[in-house]
Write a protein that binds this ligand. Structure first.
Ligand SMILES: *[C@@H]1O[C@H](CO)[C@@H](O)[C@H](O)[C@H]1NC(C)=O
Ligand SMILES: *[C@@H]1O[C@H](CO)[C@@H](O)[C@H](O)[C@H]1NC(C)=O
Ligand SMILES: *[C@@H]1O[C@H](CO)[C@@H](O)[C@H](O)[C@H]1NC(C)=O
Ligand SMILES: *[C@@H]1O[C@H](CO)[C@@H](O)[C@H](O)[C@H]1NC(C)=O
Length: 499
C-alpha cells in the first residue's frame, strides 16, 4: 500500500512537468514498431491481447507488428488435451478458480463455453503405499454428502479426522486469494511493476514466498495430521511436490482444490488460440528461436529454420530453464529447476488387490498419496466411467510409469498415453526471482512470475503487467541503448505513466 501511495505521488510530480503537447507528440512518434513473443501459451497470447487492448487508447503508444513464435505445431503451451476413446481430456493445466477474472473475461470475450466438473461428488482416499489412511464413503454408497474433495466444511468424516484445522486452512487460502485480487484493480490504483518482488510486495504476497507452506501452515495453527495428509495430497496433485514448496505456491495449490472450479469445454488451449486469433498476430508455428541478439536499437531473433527477424521489443513467454536460446549480450538469471510431472492416461481397470480391496468399486475415484519413499505415483483419478469394468484414469507421477509398473496396478489396459511435462518450477523457499526486464532495455520475461506461483491465471496477471510495462516504458522514452542506465530499476520508476 505504501508503495502505491509513493508511486501516485511520483506520478503527480512527473506528469504535469511535461506539457500535454509534448506528451502527445512523444506518444505519436514513439509507438512500438514491432514486438516478438516467444511462446504461445497463456503468457504469450495474453501479452499480445493486452498490448492490443491497451494500445487502442490514443494517449498510449501504438503497437505495430506482433509475431509469436511457437516451437510446437499447436498453440497453447502447457495447455493441451489428449483424446482417448473419442473423449477429450485436459493433459496439462486443467482447472480454473472462480476468482480467476482474466480467464473468465477471456472466456466471455472469446465466446467459449465453461465446463463445470462432471461429477458433483467423488470419493477420495489417502494412500500411503500399503493402506488408506483416510477414505470417504464410496460415492456409489447412497450418501452423496461429499460434494467435492474440499467441501470439507460439511464433510463429517474430514471434520472428525482434521477438526478445526480445516477452517484455519480455509482462512489461510482466503487471505491469499484476497491479496491476489488486487491485481484486478484499475489503472488508477494499481501501479506498473518493474520486478516480481515489487509486484508481490504491493499485493501483500511477498512474505509467503520466503517460507515453506509447512512453516506458514504451522503458524496458521494447522494440525500436523492435516499437513502431512490432506495438504500433502493436494500439493502433490497440483505441483508434484511436498509441503516444502513456498507458502504462496501452496496457497494457490490449496485454492485450486476448493469449490466452483471450472475449465473450458473442449480444452483450455482455446483461450490461447482465441487470444492469438483476435490480436492481429503473425503466428509462426513450428519455429523455434535459437538466438536473440541486441543490436543497434532492436533485437535480432534467429530461428532454427534459418530465418532472421528484427523486433524492437522481445518478450520471452516460455520458461527459459530448458530452452537453448543464445543471448547476446548474455543475460543472467537465477538458476531454477523445472519440476517434471509425468501424466499417464490409462483406459482400462485398476486391480483391487493392489489397494488391498476385494472389488474395483471399493477403490476411491481419487487416490491421493502422502510423501512416502517408493510410492510410485502422486495420484490416480477416474476421469470417466464407461462401465464398471471400463474407465479412463489419469495418473500423476514424478517418474515415468513403466509398463511393468502399470501392469502391476491395472488388470486391464486398452490404451495408455504418456506425457512428460516440464510443468512448473521446483519451488524452493525463499524464492528468488528472475527480472521481468532481462536486459534493462526491451527484453522481457513473463515466466519470472512462475516462482511465485504457476497457474494459467498467474501467467495472465504477469502478462498483463508486462504489456503495461512495455507501453509505459515507451511512453517514458526509455533510451534504446544503455547509457549508464544499466541498473534502471530506480531510474525507471520515474518514467511510468499510470496506465
Ligand atoms: C473484464 O471485462 C470487463 C468488461 O469488459 C471489464 O470491465 C473488467 O475490468 C475486466 N476485468 C479484468 C480483470 O480485466
Ligand atoms: C513481511 O515480513 C517483513 C519482515 O519480516 C515484515 O516487516 C513485514 O511486515 C511483513 N509484511 C507483511 C505484509 O506481512
Ligand atoms: C482461429 O482462427 C482460425 C482461422 O480463422 C479458425 O479456424 C479457428 O477456429 C479460430 N480458433 C479460435 C479458437 O478462435
Ligand atoms: C542471425 O542471422 C543473421 C542473418 O543470417 C546472421 O548474420 C547472424 O550472424 C545470426 N546471428 C546469430 C547470433 O547467429
Amino acid at each position: 500500500m505504501a508503495s502505491a501511495l509513493i508511486f501516485s505521488l511520483f506520478s503527480l510530480l512527473i506528469i504535469p512537468s511535461q506539457s500535454p503537447q509534448a506528451e502527445a507528440a512523444s506518444a505519436n512518434t514513439n509507438g512500438v514498431k514491432s514486438v516478438c513473443i516467444i511462446g504461445s501459451g497463456i503468457g504469450g497470447s495474453s501479452v499480445a491481447h493486452f498490448l492490443r487492448q491497451y494500445s487502442s487508447d490514443p494517449s498510449l503508444p501504438s503497437v505495430g507488428d506482433i509475431r509469436i513464435f511457437e516451437r510446437n505445431g499447436v498453440v497453447g503451451g502447457r495447455m493441451a488435451t489428449v483424446s482417448i476413446a473419442g473423449d477429450t481430456f485436459e493433459a496439462g493445466a486443467s482447472i480454473l478458480h472462480p476468482k480467476n477474472l482474466h480467464a473468465l473475461n477471456f472466456t466471455q470475450f472469446l465466446n467459449l463455453r465453461i465446463k463445470k466438473p462432471s461429477s458433483a461428488s467423488f470419493s477420495l482416499g489417502i494412500w500411503d503405499g500399503t493402506q488408506f489412511l483416510f477414505k470417504t464413503l464410496d460415492s456409489n454408497s447412497k450418501f452423496p454428502i461429499f460434494q467435492k474433495i474440499l467441501s470439507y466444511t460439511n464433510s463429517l468424516l474430514m471434520f472428525f479426522r482434521y477438526g478445526f484445522s480445516l477452517m484455519r486452512m480455509g482462512s489461510f487460502v482466503e487471505n491469499a486469494v484476497d491479496c491476489f485480487s488486487k491485481y484486478y484493480m484499475g489503472f488508477d490504483s494499481r501501479p506498473v511493476f518493474e520486478t516480481v518482488e515489487e509486484m508481490l510486495k504491493w499485493a501483500g504476497l511477498f512474505n509467503f514466498t520466503g517460507r515453506t507452506l509447512q512453516e506458514e501452515l504451522v503458524d496458521a495453527g494447522l494440525s500436523p495430521l492435516l499437513i502431512t495428509e490432506l495438504v500433502t495430497v493436494i500439493t502433490r496433485i497440483n505441483y508434484g511436490q511436498s509441503v516444502s514448496i513456498s507458502g504462496l505456491a501452496g496457497a494457490v495449490s490449496l485454492a485450486g482444490s476448493g469449490g466452483g472450479l471450472w475449465s473450458i469445454e473442449g480444452g483450455n488451449w482455446q483461450i490461447a488460440a482465441g487470444l492469438v486469433n483476435h490480436s492481429d498476430v503473425v503466428m509462426h508455428l513450428h519455429e523455434e528461436i535459437e538466438s536473440i541478439s541486441h543490436l543497434q536499437g532492436f533485437y535480432e531473433l534467429n530461428s532454427t529454420k534459418g530465418n532472421s527477424y528484427s523486433c524492437e521489443v522481445t518478450v520471452v513467454a516460455s520458461p527459459l530453464d530448458e530452452l537453448n536460446i543464445r543471448f547476446s549480450p548474455p543475460i543472467s538469471i537465477p538458476a531454477r529447476k523445472l519440476q517434471h510431472t509425468y501424466t499417464t492416461f490409462v483406459r482400462g481397470l485398476l486391480k483391487p488387490e493392489y489397494f488391498g480391496r476385494n472389488s474395483v468399486s471399493e477403490i476411491p475415484e481419487l487416490v491421493g498419496t502422502i510423501e512416502a519413499p517408493d510410492l510410485p505415483f502422486s495420484s490416480i483419478s477416474v476421469l470417466k466411467k464407461y462401465s464398471e469394468k471400463d474407465m479412463t484414469y489419469k495418473i500423476f507421477s514424478r517418474k515415468p510409469m513403466a509398463d511393468a509398473l502399470l501392469d502391476h496396478i491395472f488388470s486391464v489396459r486398452k490404451e495408455t498415453v504418456r506425457i512428460n511435462w516440464g510443468a512448473y518450477p521446483h519451488y524452493n523457499a525463499p524464492e528468488v526471482f528472475a527480472p521481468f526486464m532481462l536486459d534493462g532495455l526491451h527484453l522481457y520475461y513473463v515466466n519470472a512470475f512462475e516462482n511465485a506461483a504457476s497457474t494459467m491465471e498467474t501467467s495472465a496477471v504477469a502478462a498483463e503487467n508486462i504489456a503495461r510495462l512495455i507501453l509505459s516504458r515507451f511512453s517514458g522514452q526509455v533510451p534504446s541503448r544503455s547509457s549508464g542506465l544499466k541498473s534502471s530499476t530506480t531510474g525507471g520508476e520515474f518514467l511510468h505513466l499510470d496506465l
